[in-house]
Design a protein around this ligand. Structure first.
Ligand code: AMP
Length: 379
């Protein structure tokens, strides 16, 4: 399909989390309807969409029925089975493609694909057997991170090792699941490039975002990234090469490490809008969610320009709820601070419940302001 999806059509989303919710808000603004397919009754997206199908993602008959009822299908999280995207693709275009999703679902496949494109990834070795564990020091002799190949997110399924001698124990702790051992990258900072590409090959990229993690979960995103100009240009070049090399149609985020010499190493690819791109809702002419709508619906991608010289985003995790519902009025009274809540009722520690954004002139001042605003929510 190369014709744009007509306004008023229904866009289908597999998954019903906050990314689906923010996608739906953007889609409505452009005159589309949205249907989500999720296995959760109280999915964050459900209140923001026109139709909510509740069924297991591997119920292929329901998936087929869903795909028949929409004009295009996308997904908002990565754990969608390949059989599901294949079942959907028989009845509606799936964007990005199920094959891209399949690649990104597995760290080994993803790194292999990057290597095949000649793109930089950390030194790594697949760990599938005790023999691989024994051979690991030849490839990753020093400190590293053992990561399960599949189903990992926000540091889940990861063990740091001080040397390859610790890999055997770490692998057992991960139940000997297929894994990759990555050499520890001595990065100066972490950045992400969020972009979109249409089916005609036109692509746009936001300027890199700088990301700070706490306990391996994204904590703050700061823009502009404080990296040398050549690293910034290289990050954009690498992102474009990933989009073109993998023929991505839709939105994706490329997470990268910036080394002290300005070189870039790709960490991972998210074939969907990304937490680090949430600030685009307030800080850019077109948000990453509107970009996703435009890219999958075959519309012009438009402008990814910022509306101000600097912006910061701070995640709000479930830990903030330890003393009950946080006192929202405090941040609502703060000038320039914008509150985004995902409508989740169950506030578990580490769970992403919402975020704050602040947009303005000076990045350092904004960072202080957002950190202070978030601290006001602690009781
Ligand atoms: P991931 O789940 O792969 O995105 O990893 C979560 C976070 O762990 C990253 O954002 C980094 O802060 C850190 N990390 C992951 N892999 C490496 C690595 N090979 N070297 C250094 N830090 C890493």
């Amino acid at each position: 399909m190369t014709q744009p999806v007509p306004r008023g059509s229904t866009l289908g989303v597999l998954g019903g989390g906050q990314l689906g919710r923010m996608f739906a808000l953007a889609a409505h603004r452009l005159g589309f309807r949205v249907a989500v397919f999720t296995d959760a009754e109280d999915a964050p997206a459900s209140l923001a969409v026109d139709r909510h199908v509740i069924a297991p993602l591997d119920d292929l008959d329901r998936v087929a029925e869903f795909a028949r009822s929409v004009s295009v299908v996308t997904f908002e999280f990565e754990n969608v089975p390949s059989a599901t995207t294949e079942a959907a693709a028989k009845f509606a275009p799936v964007r990005p493609s199920g094959s891209l999703l399949h690649t990104s679902q597995n760290r080994s496949r993803e790194k292999g694909a990057m290597r095949a494109l000649g793109l930089p990834v950390a030194t790594y070795v697949d760990i599938l057997s005790e023999d691989d564990v024994a051979r690991a020091p030849e490839i990753v002799p020093g400190a590293g991170i053992l990561k399960t190949a599949a189903w990992g997110y926000d540091g889940h399924g990861q063990r740091r090792v001080a040397s390859a001698a610790e890999v055997a124990d770490a692998w057992r702790e991960l139940d000997c699941q297929p894994a990759v051992l990555e050499g520890l990258v001595p990065f100066e900072c972490e950045v992400s490039v969020v972009g979109a590409r249409g089916h005609d090959g036109e692509a746009v990229f936001y300027d890199p975002f700088e990301n700070r993690h706490a306990n391996q979960i994204l904590d703050l995103t700061l823009w502009p990234a404080r990296v040398p100009e050549d690293a910034r240009a290289r990050a954009l070049e690498v992102a474009r090469a990933v989009f073109e090399g993998l023929d991505i149609v839709g939105v994706a985020c490329i997470e990268m490490f910036v080394l002290p010499d300005g070189e870039i190493v790709i960490n991972e690819i998210a074939p969907r809008p990304h937490n680090s791109g949430h600030l685009t809702i307030d800080a850019h002419v077109i948000s990453q969610f509107e970009l996703q709508v435009r890219a999958i619906a075959g519309l012009p991608l438009g402008s990814v320009e910022p509306v101000a010289p600097a912006a910061c985003m701070a995640n709000l995790l479930g830990d903030l709820w330890s003393g009950g519902e946080p006192p929202w009025d405090r941040v609502l009274a703060e000038p320039r601070v914008r509150l985004h809540l995902y409508g989740k009722t169950d506030a578990r520690p580490g769970r992403k419940m919402g975020h704050l954004t602040v947009v303005g002139e000076d990045r350092d001042a904004l960072e202080q302001r957002i950190v202070r605003a978030r601290a006001m929510l602690q009781t």
